[in-house]
Design a binder for this molecule. Structure first.
Ligand code: NAD
Ligand code: ZN
Length: 381
């Protein structure tokens, strides 16, 4: 089958690899109908995630049709069209019982932090991903959800990660009615976080980025104010000026690894081809939030060590909240928001590429070319 394989930093390829098969009685094999490329995949692509092995298959955001099920699978049947959360989780360990599906104990036993994630390096369990024609889905009774008949499949694929992650980013901000929320990053996650901040009661939403078309998109999609960080000398001062010199009530980091670019460059030896200034989102978030405020971090940081201005956070009495999104926990609520027309997730999909053209898709998404917001890969029929 055709699959997206990693060849080294800035190199992915659509390549023929063996089809997956049932390995455990609770596995399913899913024929992929749509898969997205995520900002998290860019961290892999940029070579920033440790233990990303050449030849591994990327992709953690996908929908597909169940092709085969193992003998102990009860909740799925062949032919079901499902959306599959990016977390791989058992549903019954200490962490899953607490709905911390991103920290499942049984899907990545060697790790102390993250659970299993499709197509996300051996630090996330070494599972192959869904930017492929077929994918093996472990614990198939637990993660996948049949796509309700009234839900568009391209809305469904955004329910596997980007929308729930944006929602959780806003939720972890503990937004109170009327709060000012600043979102760093106008990628899909930041855009959804901005939209969800309104749903959770924000009185003002400001999105920060440096990519013109994304800032314009943010204004239309999330009815927010925007800040182009290229034109700002001191972000904390700028945000304070906008907020009666108090600072934002809530700051959200929807940028991640590239935010500590210099440190990462030293650790990985990879030269980052990123926009100037892209080294500071988490610092800006900590420094721009008001005393006693909350910083919510969903940006992904590949290596375990990253530089953070923790002294400022302590002295300001901040609450820092963070995690991988616990996708399944948010699905019922988000389906209601979609049905009510509060959010049309597929509005973010700007590009559809045949799977064969995955190398172009990564290049365009990574380089912010052609007004790309969210690219979707469509496997051959
Ligand atoms: P993306 O790459 O499309 O968007 C990131 C945006 O941040 C870009 O528009 C970029 O121009 C902007 N940016 C770069 N430096 C910035 C800075 N200093 N200040 C403000 N903006 C800056 O990615 P995405 O798909 O939106 O994902 C965003 C982050 O969320 C990534 O780190 C991704 O790994 C992470 N993520 C986390 C989870 C989770 O469960 N926690 C899930 C999905 C994605
Ligand atoms: Zn993702």
């Amino acid at each position: 089958m055709l699959a997206t394989t990693y060849r080294g930093p800035y190199r992915v390829r659509a390549q023929h690899v063996p089809e997956p098969s049932i390995e455990h009685p609770n596995d399913a094999i899913v024929r992929v109908t749509r898969s997205c490329i995520c900002g998290s995949d860019l961290h892999l692509y940029h070579g920033l995630v440790p233990d990303t092995r050449v030849g591994s298959v990327f992709g953690h955001e996908f929908t597909g049709i169940v092709e085969a099920v193992g003998p102990s699978v009860r909740n799925l049947k062949v032919g079901d069209h499902v959306l599959v959360p990016f977390n791989i989780f058992c549903g019954s360990c200490y962490f899953c019982e607490r709905e911390l599906y991103g920290n499942c104990h049984n899907t990545n036993p060697e790790a102390t932090a993250v659970g299993g994630i499709y197509g996300y390096s051996h630090t996330a369990g070494g599972y192959d991903g869904g930017q492929a024609e077929y994918v093996r889905v472990p614990f198939a009774d637990v993660g996948p959800m049949a796509i309700p008949p009234d839900i568009d499949i391209e809305d469904a694929v955004l329910l596997t990660d980007a929308l729930p992650t944006g929602y959780q980013a806003a939720e972890m901000g503990d937004i109170r009615k009327g709060d000012t929320v600043v979102v760093f990053g106008a990628g899909p996650v930041g855009l959804f976080a901005a939209k969800c901040a309104w749903l959770l009661g924000a009185g003002r939403v400001i999105v920060v980025d440096c990519v013109d078309y994304r800032l314009e998109f943010a204004k239309r999609f999330a009815q927010c104010e925007t800040v182009d960080f290229r034109s700002v000398k001191d972000m904390a001062v700028h945000i304070k000026k906008m907020t009666d010199w108090l600072g934002a009530d809530v700051c959200i980091d929807a940028v991640g690894a590239e935010a500590s670019g210099n440190a990462l460059q030293r650790i990985t030896g990879v030269r980052l081809k990123l926009q100037a200034g892209a080294a500071t989102a988490l610092h800006w978030a900590i420094n721009s939030v008001r005393k006693g405020g909350t910083v919510s971090i969903v940006g992904v940081y590949g290596p375990t060590f990253n530089a953070v201005p923790i002294g400022n956070a302590v002295n300001k009495g901040l609450t820092l909240r963070m995690n991988q999104a616990s996708v399944k926990r948010h699905l019922p609520r988000l389906l209601e928001h979609i049905r009510a027309g509060h959010i049309v997730p597929r509005e973010l999909i700007t590009h559809r590429f045949p799977l064969e053209e995955v190398a172009d898709a990564y290049h365009i998404f990574s380089s912010k070319l052609d007004e790309c917001i969210k690219p979707v890969l469509v496997p051959p029929k």
